[in-house]
Design a protein around this ligand. Sequence first.
Ligand code: ATP
Ligand code: MG
Length: 411
Amino acid sequence: MSKIQNVRGTYDLYGEAKRKAKKVIAAGSEVVEKYGFEEIETPIFEFTEVFSRNLGDTSDIVTKEMYCFQDRGGESLTLRPEGTAGVVRSFISEGMQQNLPVKLYYAGPMFRYERPQKGRQRQFTQFGVELLGVETPQADIEVISMAYEFVEKLGLMGTVTVEINSLGDQESRDAYRTKLVAYLKEHYDELSEDSKTRLEKNPLRVLDSKEECDKKVVENAPLYKDSLNEASTAFFNQVLTGLDKLGIKYRVNNRLVRGLDYYSHTVFELVTDKLGAQGTVLAGGRYDGLVEQMGGGKVSGIGWACGVERLSMLLEADVSLPRPIALIPVTEDVNLAALEIAYRLRKAGLRVEQSYGGNMKKRLMKANKVNASHAVIVGPDELSEGKVTIKNLDSGEQKTVDLNTIEKEIN
Ligand code: ATP
Ligand code: MG
């Protein structure tokens, strides 16, 4: 316990990985703000029921993955394993139903007690969106197109495919459930122990099992599309037609289901084959029953969330920052003057790396190390005449210029 180390499955994010994660979130924010989404920040913990009652009491998250604890007042609290339940809780408790539609996005840490492996952490970051109050397929199309534009902006369209399916409305799901139960009962002995229990409590969950024996049985299970009623089929077709119209490429995957109880109609994932078993980088769907189930009104919803670390791992090039200027005082007595120049240049929008010590050779080496484009060399004699030397670090060229023309010379 006294060892100084991080908790298993958690990581310190810094350097290149942090720059990439920031880029993912910045790209996402920029895209979804164009669609009128506003950022919301909800607490990272909620009353345990917010998750346990709404994600489904046989879901993997609720049965195995939640970090629950009792606080000093005896309340059972849980570190959020996902974003939707907290946002919907806020939508209800803040009375946002008054002004529909509501379009929100969030970014922040999520917590799941899972077996750590590449792309699977116990604390990870999600960026996600929720659109509340639109029943028509326009919402599905818009929300999926947003995900598409986001991934395109990151330059990952060649790496990632959109997969989509429909689970239909309640009537279709009930019809499907009956067929599925009949099928699973025929294969009862081949199922994992967990899935035998699921068959009793929530048979749809078997479809999402990660156990090999279950996956085999599921391969030949009945398909949702054969149980969709007319209205659900029409809804799904409208979504697909819309995506076609926008030129969004997708693959209908009849086997796609999502692991949480609250989904209906459209479900989708953006997947890659570059991350091994952890290939889903973004996932979402429609959740028309969730608001009501949580005690709000009859309000439809649809949203998605992406794994920021998984997406970051797909970014090949490091994020390039503008090259800095190195500011080098030649003697100690001009340190303060150099600081003043640095302050002024930074306020003018330039990135400036101050040089803190060492001889001129060391300082120039340091300037190269931070990839500076220019060095501004401040010497006492020149300074007394109101001048400094600017050295172009690529060409080696240098010239003496007037103190207040530095910005102009560098640009
Ligand atoms: P998986 O099938 O990989 O377990 P999931 O269905 O549990 O994913 P969601 O709840 O849909 O995942 O979360 C949305 C996204 O968040 C995932 O597609 C993934 O990119 C990311 N994600 C989920 N769990 C983790 C984790 N433990 N570590 C890192 N990223 C994760
Ligand atoms: Mg999972």
